[in-house]
Design a protein around this ligand. Structure first.
Ligand code: C5P
Length: 301
């Protein structure tokens, strides 16, 4: 085996509801994750010593705080054995955007290590031996990580790690756009007050609509994000990007996760590409993507 290559997708949340604060300090969520066709690229190679190189978009740490190395450390602890790899991470998903890039990379690392571990020691691993074990590690690495082991579209509950499949969104194109500003997840949760709590009804209605195969005009009014109000009050630039997507004829536009990126939904991929090009011309980071029914893509060379 020379290398494991993993394409790690971004996600948007079609709904993101906060039901309340839990005794463990986390918030109880109801959300609909949708994977999209923007990918970080991870290459993992067995090596004598650990190393991490990060290329592409700036912002992701290249030290032990990177979720890829935290995933490696966790797998090593679980296996109680030495396993060293060289990691090359090419970032296309911006950080502090609410697109789940770091979580997707962590899930990609678990998937890659599952392959490496099967090759090196077929009978020992826990975390790295398969889906159940990877799920056990995923929840410890972050609330969104479990979603990326599945991908497609999923209704999430609990911290976001309790997942049920739902029919994917049918939109021809999605524009992802982000101003310069970034928002940290913990910072965003710090803005939430009980006034922002809802009962899961938005998520149930949107999931039922997806499941019934509703077209985009019916899904669009069912989107919801509890962070949208607090984050747009924090930073008017983010609200301006959402408004700009609407003037560029998005059928709906909403904050991605806890921000700071925003997505706009289009019937037609070409229309989404033209809008993304306009936004790039105005100095924003912007990409046209599609909803995808898959998750991580793992190949070996
Ligand atoms: O799980 P993750 O590491 O992504 O969470 C980052 C931070 O976001 C947590 O430390 C917590 O402050 C907040 N969070 C939360 N409730 C969730 C998920 C995240 O309060 N369901």
């Amino acid at each position: 085996m020379s290398a494991i290559h993993v394409l790690c997708p971004a996600k948007i949340n079609l709904t993101l509801e906060i039901l309340g604060k839990r005794p463990d300090g986390y918030h109880e969520l109801r959300t609909i994750f949708q994977a999209v066709s923007l990918y970080d690229e991870l290459t993992v190679t067995p090596a004598a010593r650990d190393s991490l190189t990060v290329t592409g978009l700036a912002g992701a740490p290249a030290d032990e705080t990177n979720l890829c190395l935290r995933a490696l450390e966790l797998v090593r602890q679980e296996r109680r054995t030495d396993l060293h790899v060289a990691v090359a991470l090419h970032k296309r998903i911006p950080t502090q955007a609410g697109l789940g890039g770091g979580s997707s990379d962590a899930a990609g690392m678990l998937a890659a290590l599952a392959v490496v571990a099967r090759f090196i020691a077929p009978d020992t691993p826990r975390c790295a031996s398969g889906r159940d074990e990877s799920r056990h590690c995923a929840a410890r690495l972050g609330s969104d990580v479990a979603f990326f082991l599945h991908g497609g579209a999923m209704v999430g509950a609990g911290r976001g790690e309790v997942l049920e499949p739902v029919a994917p969104l049918s939109a021809g194109g999605i524009v992802l756009a982000k101003p310069e500003v970034g928002v940290g997840t913990a910072q965003a949760y710090g803005l939430i007050t009980p006034r922002d709590y809802t009962d899961g009804g938005y998520t149930a209605r949107c999931a039922a609509c997806l499941q019934a195969g509703c077209a985009l005009p019916e899904v669009a009014p069912k989107l919801y994000n509890a962070f949208a109000g607090p984050i747009e009050r924090l930073d008017a630039g983010i609200a301006a990007v959402r408004q700009r997507l609407l003037t560029l004829h998005a059928q709906a536009a909403l904050l991605c996760g806890s921000g700071a990126a925003v997505f706009g939904l289009y019937d037609d991929f070409d229309h989404a590409e033209r809008s993304a090009a306009v936004l790039r011309g105005e100095g924003l980071w912007a990409e046209a993507v599609r909803p995808v029914a898959h998750g991580l893509r793992v190949t070996q060379s």
